[in-house]
Design a protein around this ligand. Structure first.
Ligand code: GTR
Length: 433
């Protein structure tokens, strides 16, 4: 009996430690345990002064970006990087004649040791000046379509993806694996282009991945491998966001693309990057964060689903070192995620959750979007909209709400579905065209 109890205690203890939990859980699914919190006001500047005009917001905006850089994502290097765009293939009759398909390599001229970002671009045939959805993908360009002549990515891939990658390399089985998440033909038929690239081209998603990514040559993380705990060094999310801006640099040179209508889109960890990219880089005309969760749209102070402590434990290399110091004192963070979303204003923003994805905290994502409202108002825009000056009620599933800022809580699991895309296309038709 004593032996059984001992083994049970050991199992519980090691189980907890394996989950990164020392004494208490680092996530919460109990709404009654969320507690109370006070959010920082995006319209009070660092000196405590109220921000009342658009001109004052321009300065406040810079302060907020700096606060997110110093405390959450790390500093994005400001220096310009020389790029060379090389078109490696053009198929003027892709997808059974629906599309022109281009493969373009983005080379880093001054860093020949880095492999290029490989961009896959689908343009609807017969259209000029086309708005575009730009989103990174999780498993290589060969995953988003079954078109057999797209080269299989040779970059590092997570083995967790299953048989589709072996020894951290993609296999032929991966072709089209995430096709369902990228309804390319629908997107093209609606008059949009799609640009995508593997996020691992910018930085492979594992703790030492930065050694072969952009952070090995740019920014503070060129310091020793302990870099991810260095206060301001940028993390992987910052790198992926930076990479999105470099793809936008390329899109600006592509004559058939309407570079003033490039929509930053991303799911989950890539959703965090898509929002941070859109917040910093105002060339993005609109932003879509699909189930971006903790470190994305979800309020950090709302202790629900994944928490700051949990994400910093599981994925320390995604964020800057200082973020970890808030693990047990989230209330001391000088920012919260509604202010990240406010940085998108006055541009259109779509935040989406799924009711089967409580890890991302749907309500926290909704409130993140709702509390960005005052900044949209400063621009004479209605964001998500309010009732008696307060956020409106959390909507029922599959009930999109809002105006310049939109939100839905889809039924189903953590994913990107046709339902999500239908809302994004409608949003783009109404607000980006
Ligand atoms: C989870 C992580 C989330 C989200 C997700 C994903 O493990 O905790 O924040 O990023 O991965 O990217 O699918």
């Amino acid at each position: 009996m004593a032996r059984i109890l001992f083994l049970l205690a050991l199992a519980l203890l090691t189980g907890c430690l394996a989950n990164g939990q020392a004494t208490e859980p680092t996530y919460n699914y109990d709404e009654t345990k969320v507690g109370t919190y006070t959010l920082p006001n995006p319209l009070i500047n660092n000196k405590g002064k109220a921000v009342k005009t658009q001109a004052e917001w321009r300065s406040r905006r810079k302060e907020l970006i700096q606060l997110f850089a110093e405390n959450v994502y790390g500093q994005t290097p400001k220096q310009a990087v020389k790029l060379r765009f090389q078109t490696t293939s053009v198929d003027s009759s892709a997808l059974n004649g629906l599309a022109i398909r281009k493969l373009v390599s983005i080379f880093f001229v001054d860093y020949p040791q880095l492999l290029p970002i490989e961009v896959l671009l689908y343009l609807p045939k017969g259209r000029k000046v086309i708005p575009v959805f730009l989103g990174l993908n999780f498993c290589g360009n060969h995953c988003v379509t079954t078109e057999a002549d797209i080269p299989l990515s040779t970059r590092w891939m997570g083995n967790a993806i299953g048989e589709v990658s072996v020894n951290n390399k993609a296999t032929e089985k991966a072709r089209g694996m995430q096709e369902r998440r990228w309804p390319i033909e629908t997107i093209l038929r609606r008059g949009y282009a799609l640009a995508t690239a593997y996020y691992g081209d910018i930085e492979p998603d594992y703790p030492q991945g930065w050694h072969s990514g952009i952070r090995s040559v740019l920014g503070e993380s060129t310091a020793p491998a302990s870099d991810t705990t260095k206060a301001n060094s940028w993390g992987a999310i910052g790198a992926w966001a930076w990479g999105m801006s470099r793809i936008l640099d390329y899109l600006q040179t592509e004559p058939s693309i309407d570079a003033k209508r490039v929509i930053s889109i991303g799911h989950s960890r890539i959703g965090k990057a898509a929002v941070w990219a859109g917040a910093q880089d105002e060339r993005f005309a609109a932003v879509i964060g699909n189930e971006s969760g903790e470190g994305g749209a979800a309020l950090a102070r709302r202790w629900y689903g994944e928490t700051v402590e949990r994400i910093n434990t599981s994925f320390p290399y995604w964020f800057c070192g200082r973020y970890k110091t808030y693990n047990k004192r989230v209330a001391d963070l000088p920012v919260d995620q509604h202010e990240l979303l406010a940085l998108i204003a006055p541009r259109p923003l779509y935040i989406a959750s799924a009711d089967g994805d409580q890890w991302s905290d749907p309500k926290g994502e909704f409130l993140g979007a709702a509390y960005a409202e005052p900044v949209y108002k400063l621009y004479g825009k209605v964001g998500l909209g309010t009732t008696d000056g307060r956020p409106q009620a959390f909507p029922a599933v599959n009930q999109p709400i809002g105006q310049t800022v939109r939100y839905h809580d889809r039924s189903g699991k953590h994913d990107v579905t046709d339902y999500d895309w239908e809302q994004y296309l409608r949003f783009a038709d109404e607000l980006v065209r």
